[in-house]
Structures are given as C-alpha cells and as structure tokens.
Design a protein around this ligand. Structure first.
Ligand code: SAH
Length: 362
C-alpha cells in the first residue's frame, strides 16, 4: 500500500515535504489516486464543471474558436488540454468548434495526462469526435507552432509546499509519523526555508507566528513552460481553477473521497488532494516571465458573458423535459454560493493579441 511505502520512507530518512506526500498519494504509478482509477463523476469521488453540464465545455470551445480567429486562423494550430480527466470538456469543446469553418481540420489536439487509467477513459470519450488526438506527457514536448492551451482543475492538484512561521522565521511544514502511533501521519515543523523565503509573496512574509503559507512550485513550472513557448510562438492559455484572487495565508490542503472531506493525511492514495490556487502569485510570475495576463475573472460572470443563458435556452427548447435540470446546471456553475465565485479563470498569452473573450482590459 502507498501508506506503507510512505511510512517506510519516513522511518528510514525522516519526514517528507507536503509536496512529496502529495506526489506519491496522487501519482504513485501503481497505486496513486489518479494513476489507477477514474475518480471523477457523480458516482465517484469528486465532480468538476465539465461533468456538471455540456455547456461548460461548449463555451470553452467557443473561447478556443474565438482565440483561433484572434490569432489569425493559424493552420495547423496545437490545441492542448492539461489534465483532461474524463475527456468531457474537450469532447464538448470540439463539438462547439465544428461551427467554425476551417477550425477542426487545422487543429492538432494534444492531451497532457499523467494517469494511464484516465488516458483510457479520454480515448473512449473522444473516439467519436473524429479529431486527431495524441497524448504527450509534458507541455515542453508539444510540437512547435501556434497553440491554444486549456486546463480545468489542473493546477489545484499539482503538489504544493507549506511553510509555517515559527519564532519569526518561516519553516517548511513536513509530514512525519506520530511518536505515539507510528501508523499515523502527522504534520511536523521542518527546517527553516532559507533562501526559499523569497518564494513567499512579499505582502505575507511578515505574517504573525503560526501563520501558514502555501507555495506552488508546480504552478510556477507551468508558467515557465508557457512563457518559454509563447516567447517565440504565438499562443494563449486559459486556466480555470478554484482559489482567491489575492494571495492569502492559511492551510487549504483538502482531501475529498466519495464527495466528502476527509483528513488530508489519512489513507494516502484513496482520496483526491488539492489546495486553492494562488492566482495573484501565478499572475505575478507570468508577468515576470514576459507573458500578458488577463483576469482572474469569476467563473459565473465569465460563463454568462460567453452566452450560457442563451445556450441553456436552446437546449431547453430542444428537450423541454430537461428544462429544470438545465436551469440547475446553470445555477451550479454560475451562482456565487456554488462554483460561480470561488472558481476563476486567468488567461496567459503571448504579447500583442486581442483581449481574450470573457476578459476585459482593466
Ligand atoms: N480537467 C478535468 C479533470 C480534473 S482532475 C475535469 O475538469 O474534469 C485533474 C486532472 O489532471 C486529472 O486528469 C489528472 O490525472 C491530471 N494531472 C494532474 N497532474 C498532472 C500532471 N503533472 N501531468 C499530467 N496530468 C496531470
């Protein structure tokens, strides 16, 4: 079991970072939470926006189509999805893109997916689309050329580090074993961060003792890769995730199993582990790397702005029996108390493109 292997590792060489714990729990090749099964959907562990309604992926499809037009209809264009889950968003997006002459034949679709189990589900979902689809393990390996990149709930599961302020200094928060019960994982205070203190947003660096900050090396890596690509090739990326617009202190690591919150260190590999995305740090890093950034905008206004009500009306007219189901889907995706406000979108692109659909200049 993953838990046994983690215990052995900690017993042998001492406590490990939250990021190392998360990496093993989620991506252990034989037993990791994502590596082995399909955790997404009403009957599984957690649900995501594309699984709530086809309208979500369709509007992302319109966003892709408008971006392609804004970029001058490049042919070929690389259309890339980061962490496609069940492949539902891309499947709905491709259907919407069919309405735009020339777009589907120009598209080369690449899915970046770490999980073998989910790759198989994606192949099944996208088979009927008829699009040419390939799987690549890393963004750097996507063929050169103009690109449109999308990702929903990809950043939130990238392994993160946590740091705690203790006696005026920041220390790494580590995962160790309970002194009284070596079966139990517990958080322990690790060594001072040292030079990595510079990774903490400046505004939070003087936070009071016992404050906790989260550092997201995985997000930075995504920004680095986008910046490297978009420095020489035109491109646009849409990242959709949950988190505050401004950097905050606080422990947001959470585990979800069968739609219930469970303690994050309990039974690693059997629950999804995610944490809020720090959009402010993401955007700061993107700008430092020469990318243009837009947003974050909240998911509710974004979807309504792109025409979700009109799409819902068309769908309801086509299937009047589904009217209340469709209205409920709109509510879940856009209401402030549901996913409409906590979920946000940022667009990072190469300089000089038009204002991306759903964003505004200020
Ligand atoms: N976008 C989908 C799934 C979100 S779950 C949806 O909205 O339903 C996160 C997805 O990212 C899963 O498919 C997971 O296997 C994948 N993933 C997470 N980290 C990854 C990484 N480092 N490389 C590639 N895929 C990753």
């Amino acid at each position: 079991m993953i838990a046994d292997r983690l215990r052995e590792r900690i017993a042998e060489s001492g406590p490990i970072s939250v990021a190392a714990f998360m990496t093993q729990a989620l991506f252990d090749p034989s037993e990791g939470f994502y590596a082995t099964k399909d955790p997404i959907g009403a009957g599984a562990d957690f649900i995501t926006a594309p699984e709530i309604s086809q309208m979500f992926g369709e509007l992302v499809g319109l966003w892709i189509a408008q971006s392609w037009l804004d970029m001058g209809k490049p042919d070929p264009v690389q259309v890339v999805e980061l962490g496609p889950g069940r492949g539902t968003m891309m499947s709905d997006a491709l259907r919407a893109c069919r309405a735009v002459p020339g777009l589907l034949p120009a598209m080369q679709v690449t899915l970046i997916e770490a999980s073998a189990a989910l790759k198989a589900v994606q192949a099944q979902t996208l088979g009927p689309s008829g699009a040419q689809i390939r799987w690549i393990d890393r963004l750097e390996n996507v063929p050169a050329g103009p690109a449109i990149i999308v990702g929903n709930e990809f950043l939130d599961c990238l392994p993160l580090r946590q740091a705690i302020r203790h006696a005026g200094r920041w220390h790494e928060r580590l995962v160790g074993l309970d002194e009284n019960d070596a079966n139990e994982f517990v958080f322990v205070l690790g060594p001072p961060l040292g030079v990595d203190e510079a990774l903490i947003p400046e505004r939070l660096r003087e936070a009071p003792d016992n404050s906790l900050v989260e550092l997201r090396p995985g997000d930075r890596q995504v920004v680095d890769q986008l910046a490297a690509r978009f420095a020489t090739q035109p491109g646009r990326a849409l990242l959709i995730d949950y988190g505050p617009a401004h950097s905050e202190t606080g422990d947001t690591l959470q585990a979800i199993r069968a739609h219930q919150k469970v303690p994050p260190l309990q039974d690693p590999g059997t629950a999804d582990l995610t944490a809020r995305v720090d959009f402010e740090s993401l955007i700061t890093a993107a700008r430092e790397h020469g990318l243009t950034s837009w947003g974050p905008v909240e998911q509710g206004p974004f979807l309504l702005n792109l025409g979700m009500e009109a799409r819902a009306a068309v769908l309801s007219q086509a299937s009047p029996g589904q009217r209340s189901v469709i209205a409920r889907q709109v509510w879940r995706l856009t209401d402030e108390e549901q996913m409409g406000s906590l979920f946000k979108l940022v667009c990072l692109d190469s300089p000089g493109l038009a204002i991306p659909p759903g964003f505004s200049a200020d």
